[in-house]
Design a protein around this ligand. Structure first.
Ligand SMILES: Cc1ncc(COP(=O)(O)O)c(C=O)c1O
Length: 402
C-alpha cells in the first residue's frame, strides 16, 4: 500500500499566530462593545501566554501520512500483548489519530458547530487544566469562580499557581454578573461559569453569559457537563457569536461513559488550535475514541436514558419533598438533586454510607449549601435504596422520622 499524504495542515495556523506580537492589556474589561471583543488579531493571540503562542508543537510523520507501511513511530507491528485468541480490530499496536476527525465530525453534527471548533480531551478536566496552562501566567494572573461550584477550577488554578477571585452566587444560586465584572482586573484571564451548576443543579441564563462575554475581554468558560439534562439546551451557539466563549462538555454524564474519559472544549478555532498544539500528541486513546464514536452514533439510546433519568428525578424529588426532615429540595436541571436537611446532614451522610452502604455527597461546607446533601439520580431500584437509607440514617442519627 502506498503512503497517503494528508491534505490538512493543522499546525500551519501556529506560524501565523506566533508571528504576531501580543499586545499587553491594561484591563481585561472591554472598553468598547464588540461581539468578537478584539480590536486587532484573534482571541488566542490576544489572550494566550507568549511562550504558548511561540510553542513549536510536537510533530510526527503521521501528521503528513497516516496509512501505508508504517515504520515511523517505533511501534510493535507484531501486535498487542493480549490473550492469543483475542482479536485486535482497533490495531492497538498503532498510535491513535492525533486529530480524531471522525469523532469531531460526529460531535460537531450533534452540537451544531464546526469540527475546527472542537478540542477532544481526556475528560473535560483535561480541557480545564489546558486552558489554565495556555492563558494564565503562573504567579501573576487570576481567574474568577462563583462558589458553590465545581472543585477542579480551584485545583487547576492552584496547580498552575494562578490566583482565584471568588464571587459567590446569590443564595438562590444565580450569578452576580455586575459583581463579577467589578472583580475583573488587568490580570483576570478567565471567568468560569458552570451551567447547570455543580452542586447547584441550576442553569445560568444565556443572557448572563452574553453580558459577561460582551464586557470581559478574557475567556468566559461555560462548563456544560450536565447540559443534556437541562431544559434549555446548550450555549454552544454562542461560540460563533463571541470569540471569547469556550464551552466545555463531556461524555461522562448523560452519555454514561465516565470510564472512557472523553470531554470536549468548543470555542473559537484560534483557541482550539492552541489547545491542540499544547496537548500530548496522542491524548485520546483508540479504545476511548472507538467507544465515543459508537456513543455518538447511538443518540436514540441517549434520549431514552435521558427520559428515564428525568422521570426518576421528578419521582425522587417528590419523595424527598414529602419527608418531614427535608426542608428544601433545589430545582434541578441536572442528573442530581441537592437537598437540605433540618440538621445533622454530615452525620446522616456518614450513616447512610457506613450503615446502609449508600454513598451520596455531603455539600454542607459550601456557601449557601448549609446542611445540604447532593445525590445522583440512579436506576429506579438504586433511588429506592437511597430513599430508604436516608430515612433510616435520619432515624438513627436524630431518633425519629416525625
Ligand atoms: C461541572 C463539572 N465539570 C466537569 C466535570 C468533569 O468531567 P470529565 O469526567 O469530563 O472530566 C465534572 C465531573 O463531575 C463536573 O461536575
Amino acid at each position: 500500500m502506498s503512503a497517503i499524504s494528508r491534505s490538512t495542515a493543522p499546525y500551519c495556523f501556529l506560524a501565523a499566530i506566533a508571528a504576531v506580537a501580543v499586545v499587553a492589556a491594561t484591563s481585561t474589561l472591554k472598553t468598547h462593545k464588540s461581539k468578537t471583543g478584539n480590536a486587532a488579531g484573534n482571541v488566542a493571540e490576544r489572550l494566550a501566554r507568549k511562550n504558548i503562542l511561540s510553542l513549536q508543537p510536537y510533530r510526527c510523520a503521521r501528521d503528513d501520512y497516516e496509512e501505508g507501511t508504517l515504520l515511523d513511530a517505533n511501534e510493535n507491528s507484531l501486535g498487542p500483548t493480549q490473550p492469543r485468541q483475542m482479536s485486535n480490530p482497533l490495531s492497538l499496536e498503532r498510535y491513535p489519530s492525533p486529530y480524531q476527525w471522525e469523532l469531531k465530525t460526529l460531535y460537531a453534527d450533534l452540537r451544531g458547530c464546526k469540527k475546527e471548533q472542537i478540542f477532544v480531551g481526556v475528560g473535560s478536566d483535561e480541557a480545564i487544566d489546558m486552558l489554565f496552562r495556555i492563558f494564565c501566567k503562573p504567579g501573576s494572573d487570576n481567574v474568577i469562580t462563583t462558589p458553590p461550584t465545581y472543585g477542579m477550577y480551584s485545583v487547576c488554578a492552584n496547580v498552575n499557581d494562578v490566583a482565584i477571585k471568588k464571587v459567590p452566587l446569590t443564595p438562590s444560586f444565580d450569578l452576580r454578573v455586575e459583581a463579577m465584572l467589578k472583580a475583573v482586573d488587568k490580570n483576570t484571564k478567565m471567568i468560569f461559569v458552570c451551567s447547570p451548576g455543580n452542586p447547584t443543579a441550576k442553569s445560568v441564563p444565556s443572557s448572563d453569559v452574553e453580558k459577561l462575554a460582551g464586557a470581559f475581554s478574557g475567556l468566559v468558560v461555560v462548563d456544560e457537563a450536565y447540559v443534556d439534562f437541562a431544559k434549555n439546551g446548550s450555549m454552544t451557539y454562542l461560540t460563533s457569536k463571541y470569540d471569547n466563549i469556550v464551552v466545555l462538555q463531556t461524555l461522562s454524564k448523560a452519555f454514561g461513559l465516565a470510564g472512557i474519559r472523553c470531554g470536549f472544549a468548543i470555542g473559537h478555532p484560534s483557541v482550539i488550535q492552541l489547545m491542540n498544539n499544547v496537548k500530548a500528541p496522542y491524548n485520546l486513546n483508540s479504545l476511548t475514541s472507538e467507544r465515543a464514536i459508537k456513543a455518538l452514533q447511538s443518540i436514540d439510546v441517549l434520549k431514552s436514558n435521558m427520559s428515564k433519568i428525568l422521570h426518576e428525578r421528578s419521582r425522587v424529588g417528590a419523595a424527598l419533598e414529602a419527608l418531614p426532615f427535608v426542608v428544601r429540595v433545589c430545582e434541578s436541571d441536572s442528573n442530581f438533586l441537592l437537598f437540605q436537611l433540618k440538621s445533622d446532614a454530615r452525620k446522616v451522610y456518614q450513616t447512610m454510607a457506613d450503615t446502609f452502604h449508600v454513598v451520596a455527597r455531603f455539600r454542607g461546607t459550601e456557601i449557601h449549601c448549609e446542611e445540604c446533601i447532593r445525590v445522583t439520580i440512579g436506576k429506579r431500584e438504586e433511588n429506592d435504596i437511597f430513599l430508604g437509607a436516608l430515612e433510616g440514617a435520619w432515624e438513627s442519627v436524630v431518633g425519629s422520622t416525625i
